[in-house]
Design a protein around this ligand. Structure first.
Ligand code: ARG
Length: 573
């Protein structure tokens, strides 16, 4: 099972092959001129080069073969040699029937291998900022997409829990004589900024923080137990935030989890001659001769013996390969860390830490900006905490629900739940609908609107279709198991055959926005269909059944896609 365009590619590909031409040239896609045709194949132009013929002549040869196929209602050659195609309603009806009967809605399962996704990446004791928000939202969606694609997808939060900030907190606690005493998240949030500021001002304090970090990493029992305590407290806080956001992790590992692997890894890399001494430090040269930009070596140990960000990332690769043997490791991290990941990947390959078959990808993302075009901050200019952002979203969602007179008959608690869902849908969709590489402006007014390309609009449409289907069931009007396509139904029916193509692109390029675009198009097509067709009021039972089946399919596709985006749909609204 596949998309309709894929099915047609098979047929047209075979026709190219019959002409002695490469099969791939028969690739068919949805026409970019729907006024002229439903589908198009542009392969004749490239084929003409291979066959040293005129493109229209090549196209004619293919069309002659296609003419014997009953699937097509219209076959035309346009311009220099485009092949324009319309399918018969019968073919479309049969295809839709198979989509409706398939619980995967005709999306193929790709691979069963393990894919590890590294996202979230919050740092202990520091509030999560908007960069972590993007990493969490995009990463969690990619995890869901990989999982639906058939992979064993594992999301790892990869906390920053091992660097100098840990030593800063420990030395501040020592200063206060409070090391080892019970601690809350509020305490941590008060302590860390003070400690960081003190270290910035006073080099002696900074030195103590570095010493404490080293002692902690070397396994000092008192420091380790204090550290474990603030890790536990922080994880509790993070879990609350991630739960509210609907972001899931399978693994709660961090930089510290791989500490024991660092020394043996460094020894191995030294023995292989990959890690070398340089000015007292231990480094891996990763420069290659075609490099256009500067490519500094990856530092394993600084001259003072401290390990770096790259060191823990390399050891994490060793750990992941040992434990899970992943086919792919995907890092959903701010694209400004691109150089870092390039160094890490090169070092991992050079050191033979991963097999050539293992894909290492940095799926980077752009910045979430405020209305002023600068990275999003609170009004006071500080970091926006995730829980405050969600609270702001909920407040706005409440107002929007009131304006639109939605959820009006519900009690306080139910309305609260709906507002939460609307807020999360707004925040996630606004983030995911942009190409992840682009920067975007965080605009709460725009993203919470029930009109336009927004999460709330899609939720509203999904809920509306659910309620239509409930009403149909109440009236004893059945969702048909066969389709009857008339002029008003055709645009929606054709669109519903596209899902697998969009899914494949989103999975291949790690681009959830492709699914957002399709979901929005689908919701709009449904709106036009709903406005121009009789559905419940249709007297012809077969046509009514078919239209309800179209509604049902729209509902299922929207629910699937919103699920892949990490957006929960309420029953009513
Ligand atoms: N903690 C890091 C930060 O806040 C992000 C971690 C990303 N993941 C990784 N494997 N380096 O920038």
């Amino acid at each position: 099972m596949s998309s309709l365009a894929q099915k047609l590619s098979e047929i047209v590909g075979a026709a190219f092959e019959e002409q002695g031409l490469p099969r791939e040239l028969g690739d068919v896609r949805v026409s970019d001129r729907p006024d002229l045709a439903q589908f198009q194949c542009n392969g004749a132009m490239a084929a003409a080069k291979v066959a040293k013929k005129n493109p229209r002549e090549v196209a004619q040869g293919v069309v002659d073969t296609l003419n014997s196929h009953a699937e097509f209602e219209k076959i035309e050659i346009a311009g220099p040699g485009f092949i324009n195609l319309n399918v018969t309603d019968e073919f479309l009806q049969n295809h839709l029937k198979s989509v409706a009967q398939d619980e995967r809605l005709s999306v193929l399962r790709m691979g069963g291998e393990t894919v590890m996704l590294d996202y979230g990446g919050p740092n202990i004791a520091k509030p999560m900022h908007v960069g972590h928000l993007r990493a969490s939202i995009i990463g969690d969606s990619l995890r869901r997409i990989c999982k639906f694609g058939g992979y064993n997808a594992l999301g790892d939060v990869h906390m920053g829990d091992w660097g100098t900030p840990m030593g800063m907190i420990i030395s501040e606690l020592e200063e206060r004589g409070a090391l080892g005493q019970p601690l809350t998240m509020d305490d941590l949030e008060e302590i860390y900024p003070k400690a960081a500021a003190a270290c910035k001002e006073d080099e002696a304090r900074m030195e103590r923080a570095r010493d404490a970090t080293r002692k902690l990493q070397d396994g000092d029992p008192e420091y380790r137990s204090a550290w474990q305590q603030f890790i536990d407290v922080s994880i509790d806080g993070m879990k609350k935030n991630f739960d509210a956001l609907g972001v899931h992790f399978d693994l709660w590992e961090g930089e510290a989890s791989v500490h024991e692997l660092i020394a043996p890894m460094a020894d191995d890399l030294k023995a292989k001659g990959v890690a070398v001494e340089s000015e007292g430090a231990l480094v891996i040269e990763v420069e290659e001769k075609d490099d256009k930009k500067e490519m500094p070596p990856l530092i394993l140990y600084k001259s003072d013996g401290a390990v770096m960000y790259g060191t823990t990332d390399l050891a994490t690769i060793v750990d992941r390969v040992q434990k899970y043997n992943p086919a792919k490791i995907l890092y959903v991290v701010d694209q400004r860390q691109g150089l870092h990941f390039e160094q890490v990947f090169r070092a991992a390959r050079k050191g033979g830490l991963v097999s050539d078959a293992t894909e290492l990808t940095h799926a980077g993302f752009g910045t979430m900006n405020g209305q002023d075009g600068k990275p999003f901050k609170t009004r006071a200019g500080g970091v926006m905490r995730l829980e405050d952002l969600i609270a702001m979203g909920i407040e706005k969602a409440q107002a929007r629900l009131n304006e639109a007179d939605l959820a009006a008959d519900m009690n306080e608690q139910e309305r609260g739940t709906i507002a939460h869902k609307v807020a999360i849908a707004a925040i996630k969709f606004a983030d995911l609908s942009n190409n992840r590489i682009s920067d975007y402006v965080f605009d709460l007014d725009q993203m919470t609107a029930f009109e336009g390309k927004t999460g709330p609009y899609l939720l509203y449409q999904a809920v509306r279709i659910k309620s239509l289907l409930r009403k149909a069931a109440d009236q004893g009007a059945d969702v048909g198991d066969a389709f009857v396509i008339q002029d008003q139904d055709r645009a929606l029916a054709l669109l519903l055959t596209e899902l697998p193509d969009h899914f494949v692109l989103a999975l291949k390029n790690y681009t959830p926005h492709v699914l957002c675009d399709y979901a929005f198009k689908l919701a709009q097509a449904f709106s036009s269909f709903y406005a121009s067709c009789h559905i419940l009021s249709e007297e012809d039972a077969a046509l009514r059944g078919s239209r309800l089946a179209l509604c049902d399919l729209v509902q299922k596709q929207l629910a699937l896609i919103l699920g892949l985006l990490g957006i929960a749909v309420p029953e009513r609204m």
